[in-house]
Design a protein around this ligand. Structure first.
Ligand SMILES: [Zn+2]
Length: 245
């Protein structure tokens, strides 16, 4: 049994980035934890009439709890930083909070966004920086056997259905998880974030209406640190190897 911790800034990032993998981990008997850094209070509110940030934050927390149940996330930790301004937060303090969570829960695997944040969102980029530093710092107080592997997640098909083209991935993908048996859970988790229907419709058209046909069979990762050492990811060329976290 493993413990897999994912660290992202927004309620919904977990479903977009690796919802299928989280559901698969749960099915394999692994424990999963989501450290969600912000409250999501700056997002859109979709079909809901929500007139203030506090109400939106509360609403998005409920959506996240539903998604977490669908994906079998065993532990949900909400840091509730203000949405959209992580670059103004005290980075050392954020690193400390993530490091403490790692030291306490002792995950075998930590997953976060790559340095370009997949979408270039500043909150995503800060979360990558803080989580990468936290994993390195946590090693000082963990035994070698407890050092987590650190993966960056990629969403290479994120922009397939968008009118604009996204940035090229910041790091080469080194492994893919087969989520073909978990597309329904991923779809249901995305659907749970109904206030974010604009974003879901952009990347996964049809999913909000229950058509999960656009959800692919793989989620993509890059191993960047293992056994206390940084790994320089190398492009694998043709076919990306199948992995499990
Ligand atoms: Zn996000």
């Amino acid at each position: 049994m493993k413990k897999v911790m994912v660290v992202f800034p927004h309620p919904d990032d977990e479903s977009f980035a690796c919802g299928g993998t989280l559901a698969k981990c749960k099915d394999a008997g692994h424990e999963t934890c989501y450290l969600c850094i912000t409250s999501g209070c700056k997002g859109r509110s979709g079909p809901f009439e929500i007139d203030c940030r506090e109400k939106l934050a509360k609403h998005r927390e409920l959506e996240l709890k539903t998604a977490a149940e669908v994906l079998g996330i065993s532990r949900l930790e909400l840091f509730r930083y203000p949405d959209g301004s992580l670059q103004n937060a005290d980075l050392d303090e954020l690193v400390d909070k993530i490091r403490e969570a790692i030291e306490e829960w002792k995950p075998n695997v930590v997953v976060t966004f790559p340095p370009d944040g997949v979408t270039g969102h500043p909150d995503h980029i800060v979360t990558c920086e803080a989580t990468t530093r936290a994993v390195k710092q946590a090693e000082a107080s963990l035994t070698q056997a407890e050092y987590p592997d650190l993966y960056y997640v990629s969403i290479p098909h994120y922009y397939d259905h968008c009118p604009d083209h996204g940035p090229k991935p910041a790091v080469p993908i080194t492994g893919k998880v087969d989520i073909s048996g978990y597309r329904i859970q991923k779809g249901e988790a995305l659907k749970a974030h109904l206030s974010q229907e604009y974003s879901v419709n952009r990347a996964y058209p049809g999913v909000i209406d229950g058509d999960f046909g656009v959800i692919g069979c793989y989620e993509y990762f890059t191993l960047v640190r293992s056994a206390g050492k940084a790994i320089e990811p190398v492009s694998v060329g043709g076919s990306i190897p199948l992995i499990d976290l």
